[in-house]
Write a protein that binds this ligand. Sequence first.
Ligand SMILES: [Mg+2]
Length: 167
Amino acid sequence: MRALQRQCYALATLRLRAAVDQAGGGAGLAILSDIDETILDNSAVMAAAMHNEGMFQNLDTWLLWEREGNPHLIPGAAEFFALADSLGVTIFYVSDRFEENKLATIATLSRLGLPQVCAEQVLLFGPPKARAARRLKAATGSSCSLATRCTISMARSPAPRWRISTA
Ligand SMILES: [Mg+2]
């Protein structure tokens, strides 16, 4: 699993470098990245839920995790976002985490050392902001064009499956 995660970030790094080379620099380029299971490894709360009947169905479990959880970084994430930052690429963190927990999410991302973590660049769930609309707003509301969209999806069964999409 961890090798696959690293492969995803290796591919994202190639795409990022190519975009920056083509543009002649990172200025004016943006990355839109998902957060959970792309940057943050939330295995701890998932494992706990597997052993406590009803936890999976209880939204409070997740809300508490957003506020007080202690996720780890997905392998490769730290290096990828540090590189993007060093190249001058703007990073938007786009997630369906709850807006009411935005400060906690910002604190979590900051604690893990991720760059460009600020209120303007962490875009969370809240009506009527569909994820696609938020991504569009992030891409067009700033003066940036899209370098890479980073989404790693993990299907929980029957086997882990990772996908990275770039734009
Ligand atoms: Mg996710």
